[in-house]
Write a protein that binds this ligand. Structure first.
Ligand SMILES: Nc1ncnc2c1ncn2[C@@H]1O[C@H](COP(=O)(O)OP(=O)(O)O)[C@@H](O)[C@H]1O
Ligand SMILES: [Mg+2]
Length: 255
């Protein structure tokens, strides 16, 4: 059975007299263990889609199934990492990472043990007792990923998690994320608007059209793993980037 199924999902905001159709009739499935990237122009409903999958926002029509069970509210099996890390400034990395377990009433010793393991997965060992303001932007995002991993989610949703970071940090974090995906066998659905990043990371790239967001293309990326820097000049990789690029609506000059 597919891990995640979206069935005819639509989302409309606003008053019935002036509806804003953010998403229209989106259906797709994600297999357990897949790494899927979702790309689309700004305003195509990517964030809205992740919020619906995470159970944070109800769809107007259609439904989301996790292992065949409808998702209607936040569920620890679905982890989400937002564009900004949303760490609590008065909590250390360890206490931020342990927060979801604390809210579930997991005893202190046990939640710290799990949080330390997640901190290790994102390679922040040694920074457990630092506060967010003592970390770089990339380290803050890694702490946010650790906080999501403590719940041992089956699928991790990421909304442009590295968008505000410099290119080198971003490449490094992409590699770290691929490593966590491979070692933990976790399923990933990540929003990005960097086409080369999507092709580099994903098994499949889904493309949303501009307003209303519809699923425009679903492109398989059959590049071998582990993916290394050698790919960067691989003609197959470069051709896939062109294929994805050709499907994306781009802004045009008003007539
Ligand atoms: N809570 C909301 N209320 C009204 N309109 C919204 C709300 N959230 C998003 N929208 C609108 O839905 C559309 C898609 O937004 P969003 O999901 O943020 O797109 P993306 O993440 O692809 O940039 C946009 O037109 C946006 O203004
Ligand atoms: Mg967004």
């Amino acid at each position: 059975m597919m891990l995640l199924s979206l069935e005819h999902l639509s989302k409309t905001f606003g008053e019935p007299a002036a509806p804003l159709h953010a998403l229209q009739d989106i259906s797709f499935q994600v297999q357990r263990g897949e790494f899927v990237c979702l790309v689309g122009p700004s305003g195509s409903g990517k964030t809205t889609l992740l919020h619906i999958i995470a159970g944070l926002l109800p769809p107007t029509e259609g439904r989301v199934l996790l292992d065949g069970e409808p998702i209607r509210e936040p569920n620890p099996r679905v982890g989400i990492v937002f564009q900004s890390s949303n760490l609590m400034p008065w909590r250390t990395v360890l206490d931020n990472a342990a927060l979801p377990l604390e809210l579930r009433g997991v005893p202190r010793g046990q939640r710290y043990e799990i949080a330390r393991h997640s901190i290790h997965l994102v390679a922040l060992d040694g920074f457990e007792h630092h506060y967010p303001h003592q970390l770089s932007g990339g380290m803050q995002q890694r702490a946010a990923i650790a906080r999501t991993l403590v719940q041992n989610p089956e699928i991790m949703l990421l909304d442009e998690p590295f968008a505000s970071l410099d290119a080198l940090t971003r490449e490094y974090l992409d590699q770290e994320l691929m490593r966590v995906h491979e070692t933990e066998g976790i399923t990933v659905l990540m929003v990005t608007h960097a086409i080369h990043e999507a092709v580099w990371l994903a098994d499949r790239v889904l493309i949303l059209s501009q307003h209303p967001g519809r699923l425009k293309a679903d492109i398989a990326i059959p590049l071998p793993r582990p993916r290394t820097d050698a790919l960067l000049t691989d003609p197959h990789y470069l051709a896939l980037i062109q294929t994805v690029r050709a499907h994306i609506d781009r802004p045009t000059r008003p007539k």
